[in-house]
Design a protein around this ligand. Structure first.
Ligand code: SAM
Length: 216
């Protein structure tokens, strides 16, 4: 970031906290350092913006916990030339992190006001490689598929939305998503290699529900 802001030290501290929790992905830690999370939370939450917690963002939705954002991003193993799909733009913070790590991000949000707010912040930050889509993310966005990385930032049922599996690249596509019930889920990584799927579960997590045709 080229300008000084009063939150720079808190951002550095947040990156340290995430590192101490075990994340060693330097590119993701740099993205956390460079992304002004305080811009993505409501004004009355700004002093808490760099705590490692989820926070309310209005519309009964939340901005996710930064260490979880960092872990899920890292699980995608993105390269700079990759295209990623995000389901659940929410505040747009996770989107901004992804946009620093790959060529193009498609981010789908079902609540238009959230999508428009995120879009304005991304514009302010000069992030030009994001396509904002309003709609049902469980259907994915076939026009730009396949995606090397897909991230779902709302809690899905145990059945992974079939359109997302179809749109995941068969050449080592990585998808990170919470799978489970409405109250709690398992953070899950799905890797697609040819026609084969490999799944690994990480810790338990709590996301707002993924709604829509292939959601709740
Ligand atoms: N990644 C976000 C961030 O950094 O702020 C947090 C996302 S919030 C936990 C989950 C979001 O998923 C909500 O904004 C919700 O409206 C959205 N959502 C839920 N179901 C959806 C669907 N089928 N399609 C698109 N967005 C959906």
């Amino acid at each position: 970031m080229t300008f000084q802001d009063p939150y720079a030290a808190q951002r550095e501290q947040l990156a340290q906290t995430i590192r101490e929790k075990g994340l060693r992905d330097l590119a993701v830690l740099d993205a956390i350092r460079e992304t002004p999370r305080h811009l993505f939370v409501p004004e009355d939450q700004r002093e808490r913006a760099y705590d490692d917690n989820a926070l309310p963002i209005g519309e009964n939705q939340t901005i996710s916990q930064p260490s979880l954002v960092a872990l899920m991003t890292s699980l995608l193993s993105l390269n700079p030339n990759d295209c990623a799909l995000e389901i659940g733009t929410g505040s747009g913070y996770q989107t901004a992190i992804l946009a620093r790590l790959c060529r193009q991000v498609v981010s789908i949000e079902r609540i238009e006001t959230l999508s428009l707010r995120a879009q304005a912040i991304h514009q302010q930050l000069g992030l030009e490689n994001i396509l904002h889509v309003v709609g049902d993310g469980t259907l994915g966005y076939p026009a730009l598929a396949p995606y090397k990385g897909i991230i779902v930032t709302a809690g899905a049922t145990e059945i992974i939305p079939p359109p997302l599996l179809e749109q995941l690249s068969s050449e080592e596509g990585h998808m990170a998503l919470p799978l489970g019930d409405r109250e709690s889920q398992w953070l899950t990584l799905v890797v697609k290699r040819g026609e084969s799927l490999f799944m690994r579960r990480y810790g338990q997590c709590m996301f707002v529900p993924l709604l829509g045709e292939y959601g709740w």
